[in-house]
Design a protein around this ligand. Structure first.
Ligand SMILES: [Zn+2]
Length: 190
């Protein structure tokens, strides 16, 4: 979404390249504040319990009704690992143990960076919440691959399933695919 008005004084902005910059920025026509737009960090976790993976069915747009690993936007003053635990609790009520880093996923079409962890259920408790229509443990063969929320979630889950057999690694992946709800298709959560 393009910025139209100044966050500070409410006046219109215009798009210009500021001195000593190389990108067009939204600059307030009144107070001259420069509004930078930068990628957002989303943090999430793949939760495993006795060979099954915890997935949540989204109760919010975009991609309402599709399945995802618990993930969401980082809050100010938070670490990515704390954010992953918080998002997991908000979406599933699950509490985690053995949290390890799993990888970074650059989602180019949405200007988002996902930091993904892996973990195990601390106790076997999870439930649907205000953010999730349903929360379930899936064996890899039963994961609803044709109804996964985002390309980066699919990439991360596929690598996780593969590495359940071969041993876990840390990886960096670039995801270029568009999807319903991506920046190019007219929606993003900035
Ligand atoms: Zn202003």
């Amino acid at each position: 979404m393009k910025i139209k008005f100044c966050n500070y004084c409410g006046a219109k902005v215009e798009y210009k390249i500021p001195a000593s910059d190389d990108h067009k920025r939204a600059i307030c026509t009144q107070c001259k504040a420069i509004h930078y737009q930068n990628p957002k960090i989303i943090t999430g976790v793949i939760v495993e319990h006795e060979g099954q993976i915890l997935l949540a069915k989204r109760a919010i747009q975009p991609r309402y009704g599709t399945w995802t690993l618990p993930a969401g936007f980082m809050e100010l003053g938070e670490t990515v690992q704390a954010g992953a635990r918080r998002e997991c609790f908000e979406e599933t009520e699950a509490k985690l143990k053995n949290v390890e880093f799993f990888g970074i996923y650059n989602t180019i079409s949405n200007s988002q960076v996902y930091t993904i962890f892996r973990a195990q259920l601390d106790v076997k408790h999870f439930t649907a919440t205000a953010e999730s229509l349903d929360v379930k443990l899936y064996y890899p063969k039963d994961i609803p691959w044709d109804n996964i929320a985002f390309p980066c979630v699919e990439h991360a889950l596929k690598r996780f399933v593969k590495e359940m057999k071969t041993g876990f690694t840390i990886a960096l992946e670039d995801i270029h695919e568009d999807f319903e709800g991506s920046r190019k298709t007219g929606y993003f959560d900035n």
